[in-house]
Design a protein around this ligand. Structure first.
Ligand SMILES: Cc1cc2nc3c(=O)[nH]c(=O)nc-3n(C[C@H](O)[C@H](O)[C@H](O)COP(=O)(O)OP(=O)(O)OC[C@H]3O[C@@H](n4cnc5c(N)ncnc54)[C@H](O)[C@@H]3O)c2cc1C
Length: 833
């Protein structure tokens, strides 16, 4: 066996096999795959093999789309039939809300070019008469997907990989990983059969690998332990049952093609044909997590006992939908481990804190996702970045605060939520509250309805004080939810008086030391600020796209305070630390401290915000302390509010006069009370993240994860004023080489009376051609209509261009505005007083 390779893939399920294949296809000719047992012996062998397009994420839609197209090519390449039955996929809706969900999904699907058709209940009945459509509102049909044989597709990818030079070694288990500074020494053990069990032998070896990818499925917790990191991938039980042949189906099939994969989302199941009978796959309540601390040695290609009682409700609802199934007996059952993560998305990308270590773990739709994951992960490894933004799948979206208990309970919830209505304003309840700021109880007492950001509780909006426990849940919608008016009132408070926003979840780093200035000058694309001033800037990927957005405050000649998005603390920390370690030899010692949990942040904004602060500021001359002269826009000052020392930064993400008040977290309640009291005289309101999100769009402020991501450069985000082309910085040449493929712009939208865009909608030109997509959306209180930001062909990103937005299956008029349609000259932000 070869012992020196460029890349070692650990795990021979669908995912690992696809990654090995795609690394070879992308040009790496020294790739090895190790599997402790047989290929497909993990979750892959017992998957039902469905390949659904449907999901609510842009990146995942691209991944699924790639897989579905790629699997169709495998037979021609390898001569092996992957067992792909392109029977289509019919997703039925029992309620209007479910149809709304499909329409919100469909406009995103259009941005990825996914084909689909709408069907009425009558059309469904006409084509598939065995289906009871009496209580349906409609359905969405995907003609090009279907189901596949998971073992066959894996074997076809394995053959394709071997044809491209990949070495596949079975019965070798990885037992240790040691980073030597430029490669991994991977300790492996030959596994042998003993009494039906798979046990380690005395035969050991070491593989020297420049890069390692782990795709270890249900063994992710063991992998995490070996690597000394956290991986929130823990399996949950998932079962499906197979019926005896259904005579009505057998008769029907004499003259008709197979049924599509049927999904009754409101009943929480999928059904497909299997040898004249049916497979029913329910996503029932109370499926337990398994293997929280690792897979026992005795568990090989095994299954758990069927729990029929748990899926009784779904079973009965299948009989309701397909009445002929009522008298058909059960033939077979499968109850296997299906890996989950707390948000249901897999973990794909660089491992936290480690070099050349890539994770591909936590796949719950791993057969569907394997092809695309291999393709895009190979792009990341070989080219430095994938063509789509993979941030939503990045393993570092979970921080070091994450525990086994959290992952297990959240994963059970993610399973349970597969078929809930996926409202874009959904907030899931399990494991909360967990990370709370001191003012949490005060905010709650004032009606805060919280969202969940990187584990933190953050007010989304403030609802009625007498709200019951279910208020926020019942306020959700695919259109304007019950929370909408509260957010309107909060946004108006900021435009007309003052608002106080809890922004404590912001990620905060201190970067200092002799190498700090040179390092940050190279690390970010804008000029560094002078001492006491701030700048908005971007750290780029090797491909010149936006990796992170920072507000940089220069505290001293060689000391900086970096503020970035709250959802991405470990993601940002990891990149910053790795880049600084790479550059310390060149620039000198660079110290990096993650101070996120030491500093609370309140953002106060609005025309009356200065008056509120003036009432509590302690200063030799309080009347001028916050004036433009002593505290200009885009500067930072250490001030005292009552007895609280505050690092005040004069910026406002809402585009009004305002300050971010960074304060010692232990003084937060004191400061909250002080500001709340002072605000009473000025109509100050507590404001949540939803109103803030709308207001920043009126100012065309790009948001990380929406307009800013690894698929667009800051120039494509139309931010040339924050890019200093006169200096050299990381990713500059790649950014320039990319040119402007599409461009960010802001749109005012004459949408439906009862809905705003969510920021995932397809954009069309007036002649009906698709020209881009929204990345943000909401309501503008300043303009009294819907607003959005997005990317379109560069020639269309011009003020006055008339476009159309697809919402709820209709095209609505939209017009590209100038950048910052509200207060374009920044007059109100700079107002003196
Ligand atoms: C009942 C059921 C039905 C399902 N139906 C579908 C479906 O219809 N569609 C769909 O898309 N998904 C479905 N899934 C999910 C799907 O099975 C998984 O998402 C997919 O198989 C995951 O593939 P994987 O390669 O990540 O993991 P696995 O298939 O589990 O492969 C991981 C491999 O890594 C190996 N390994 C682990 N540790 C080591 C080590 N240290 N050294 C060497 N090798 C190691 C294991 O032996 C294993 O073979 C279903 C799951 C279940 C349980």
């Amino acid at each position: 066996m070869k012992t020196h390779v460029k890349a070692l893939v650990v795990g021979g399920g669908a995912v690992g096999t696809s990654i090995a294949y795609h690394l070879a296809r992308a040009g790496w000719d020294d790739v090895m795959l190790l599997e402790r047992d047989e290929l497909t012996s993990g979750s892959t062998w017992h998957a039902a093999g469905l390949l659904p397009y449907f999901n609510m994420s842009f990146a995942t839609t691209h991944i699924h789309d790639y897989s579905i197209k790629f699997y169709k090519t495998l037979e021609e390449e390898t001569g092996l039939n992957a067992g792909f039955y392109v029977v289509g996929n019919l997703r039925m809706a029992q309620t209007d809300a479910r149809m709304d969900e499909y329409m919100v999904y469909a406009t995103t699907a259009e941005t990825c070019g996914v084909p689909f058709e709408w069907m009425t209940p009558a059309q469904v009945k006409e084509r598939w008469p065995l289906v009871n459509t009496s209580d349906l509102k409609g359905a969405i049909f995907h003609p090009t997907d279907g189901y596949i044989n998971p073992a066959d597709v894996t074997m076809a990818m394995a053959k394709g990989a071997r044809q491209r030079g990949v070495m596949i070694e079975r019965k070798w288990q990885v037992d240790s990983y040691t980073w030597t500074g430029d490669h991994w020494d991977v300790g492996i053990t030959k596994m042998v059969e003993k009494g039906g069990n798979l046990v380690p032998s005395d035969e050991k070896s070491v593989i020297h690998a420049e890069h390692v990818v782990t795709a270890t499925g249900n063994h992710a917790q063991r992998t995490a332990k070996l690597l000394g990191i956290k991986i929130p991938a823990i399996p949950v039980e998932h079962q499906f049952i197979v019926t005896e042949p259904d005579p009505a189906l057998v008769e029907y099939r004499k003259t008709h093609d197979q049924h599509p994969v049927l999904r009754d989302a409101d009943a929480k199941w999928y059904v497909r044909e299997e040898r004249g009978g049916w497979i029913l796959g329910p996503y029932e309540r109370n499926a337990p997590a398994r293997f929280e601390y690792g897979v026992p040695d005795s568990f090989r290609a095994d299954l758990f006992p069927l729990d029929l009682e748990r899926i009784e409700e779904e079973y009965m609802s299948m009989i309701h939908r397909i009445p002929s199934a009522e008298t058909v007996g059960l033939k077979d059952d499968f109850n296997g481990p299906i890996c989950y993560t707390p948000d249901g998305n897999p973990l794909v990308g660089p491992a936290p804190g480690l070099r050349n270590m890539w994770l591909a773990e936590g796949f719950s739709f791993g057969i569907t996702a394997a092809g695309g994951t291999g393709h895009y992960l190979a792009q990341m490894m070989v080219d430095g970045e994938a063509e789509i933004d993979m941030a939503s799948l990045d393993p570092k979206r979970y921080g070091s605060w994450m525990t086994t208990e959290y992952a297990a309970r959240k994963n059970e919830e993610a399973y349970d939520h597969v078929y809930v209505l996926h409202h874009p304003d959904e907030e899931r309840p399990a494991c909360r509250p967990l990370r709370t700021v001191p003012a949490y109880e005060r905010q709650k007492a004032r009606g805060a309805q919280f969202g969940h950001v990187n584990g933190w509780e953050r007010p989304n909006y403030f609802g009625p004080l007498d709200a019951d426990e279910n208020f926020d849940h019942d306020a959700r919608s695919f259109r304007r939810g019950g929370w909408w008016q509260y957010a309107v009132d909060e946004a108006k408070a900021i435009r007309e008086a003052a608002g106080l926003i809890d922004a404590s979840a912001f990620t905060k780093h201190v970067v200092k030391g002799p190498g700090a200035t040179q390092f940050l000058d190279w690390f970010t694309c804008n000029k560094l600020p002078k001492v006491g001033r701030i700048n908005l800037t971007y750290a780029l990927t090797a491909q010149g796209t936006s990796r992170t957005e920072y507000t940089i405050v220069r505290l001293a000649e060689d000391e900086y305070y970096l503020v970035s998005a709250g959802a991405w603390t470990d993601y940002d920390a990891d990149f910053l630390r790795k880049c600084a370690a790479d550059k310390a030899g060149e620039f000198g010692y660079i110290e990096i401290q993650n101070v996120t949990t030491q500093w609370g942040v309140f953002a106060i904004a609005g025309p009356k915000s200065r008056d509120v602060l003036n009432a509590v500021i302690k200063d030799a001359d309080p009347a001028t302390a916050l004036s433009n002269k002593r505290f200009p826009w885009l500067s930072c000052r250490e001030i005292e509010l009552g007895m609280c020392p505050v690092r005040a930064i004069r910026v406002a993400y809402t585009g009004e006069l305002g300050w971010e008040l960074h304060h010692p977290i232990e003084m937060q309640n004191y400061l909250f009370d002080l500001l709340e009291k002072a605000g009473e005289a000025h109509g100050m309101k507590l404001v949540g993240a939803r109103a803030q999100n709308w207001l920043r769009q009126e100012k065309s402020y790009r948001a990380f994860g929406n307009e800013l991501g690894r698929d667009a450069t800051p120039l494509e985000a139309d931010l040339p004023r924050f890019v200093d082309l006169g200096k050299d910085f990381q990713g500059k040449a790649a950014m320039e080489a990319k040119g402007i493929r599409s461009k960010c712009c802001t749109l005012l939208i004459a949408g439906p009376d009862d809905a705003d865009p969510w920021g995932r909608e397809a954009l069309y030109a007036e002649d009906g051609t698709r020209v881009g997509r929204l990345t943000s959306g909401g309501y503008s209180v300043a303009f009294g209509k819907s607003i959005g930001m997005g990317y379109v062909k560069p020639e269309l990103a011009v003020p006055g261009t008339k476009l159309k937005v697809k919402m709820f299956d209709k095209l609505w008029d939209a017009e590209v505005t100038e950048d910052s349609p509200y207060d374009p000259s920044n007059a109100v932000i700079r107002v003196d007083g």
